[in-house]
Design a protein around this ligand. Structure first.
Ligand SMILES: N[C@@H](CCC(=O)N[C@@H](CS)C(=O)NCC(=O)O)C(=O)O
Length: 232
């Protein structure tokens, strides 16, 4: 058994944030595909809210992506993915919170589920959910484009931080959806940022592991129609 285990299902954006960070830090880990066990008693023993990812480091278990990312960055020091300067660290945390609050819910939970996850299961998209998400995604992309205009190569100036890895899987997912491609077409700075991020060896390694799962049914997501889907 590896010293570090990441539990999750392969196409999960949050799981892939952690895979990216560990890979970038050259930390060897075992990926435990939890898909067949999602929602089981075994899953609840790992995560009482039945989400992923969960990290196990030598018997120490922690869930919630932000907690895992900060732990990994502190325990596996090189390269550090947090700025030393407090104001820059505040910016990084502002971005992480923005991904959690304003990007992931609309790009992934709304649009991604309706356009990618449900169709792969033969479940028709709910266009009301899509219509609710699109203006909110447009706003998020406008903010991102504007911030990149004033900064450097990354979300926090020129330093690659945890924030870039938080955003990447959500943006990769958006790029798989026609509406997303159309919106991204008018955002050159986001395109440059994505190209830089996707060219990182760590990003290429994780993408190679995840890409075969794109478009495949995520079986446990059938339940989301009743448990997760918003009603507008
Ligand atoms: N607040 C959690 C959110 C994690 C989350 O929502 N993960 C999704 C996958 S990206 C999940 O577990 N979905 C499974 C489900 O809801 O059944 C975190 O930061 O880790």
């Amino acid at each position: 058994m590896a010293d570090v285990v990441v539990y999750g299902f392969p196409v999960s954006s949050y799981v892939n944030i952690i895979r990216l960070i560990l890979t970038h830090k050259n930390v060897a880990f075992h990926f435990h595909d939890l898909e067949p066990e999602m929602g089981s008693a075994g899953h609840r023993a790992l995560h009482p809210f039945e989400r992923v990812p969960i990290l196990d480091h030598g018997g120490f278990r922690v869930y919630e992506t932000t907690a895992i990312a900060l732990y990994v960055d502190e325990v596996f020091a090189d390269p550090s993915l947090q700025p030393a300067e407090p104001r820059l660290r505040a910016r990084m945390n502002q971005w992480i919170s923005s991904v959690n609050s304003y990007f992931y819910p609309y790009l992934t939970y709304h649009l991604g589920h309706e356009r990618l996850i449900y169709p792969a299961l033969g479940i028709p998209a709910d266009e009301k959910v899509v219509a609710h998400a699109l203006p909110r995604i447009a706003l998020a992309l406008d903010v991102l484009e504007r911030e990149l205009e004033h900064g450097g190569d990354h979300l926090v100036g020129d330093q690659l931080t945890l924030a870039d890895f938080f955003l990447l899987p959500t943006m990769t997912g958006l790029g798989l959806i026609p509406e997303g491609q159309a919106m991204l077409g008018s955002k050159p700075r986001i395109a440059n940022w994505r190209a830089r991020m996707e060219a990182l060896p760590s990003a290429m390694q994780v993408r190679a592991a995840v890409a075969p799962h794109f478009g495949k049914p995520v079986e446990h997501a059938r339940r989301w129609v009743d448990t997760h889907r918003p009603h507008y």
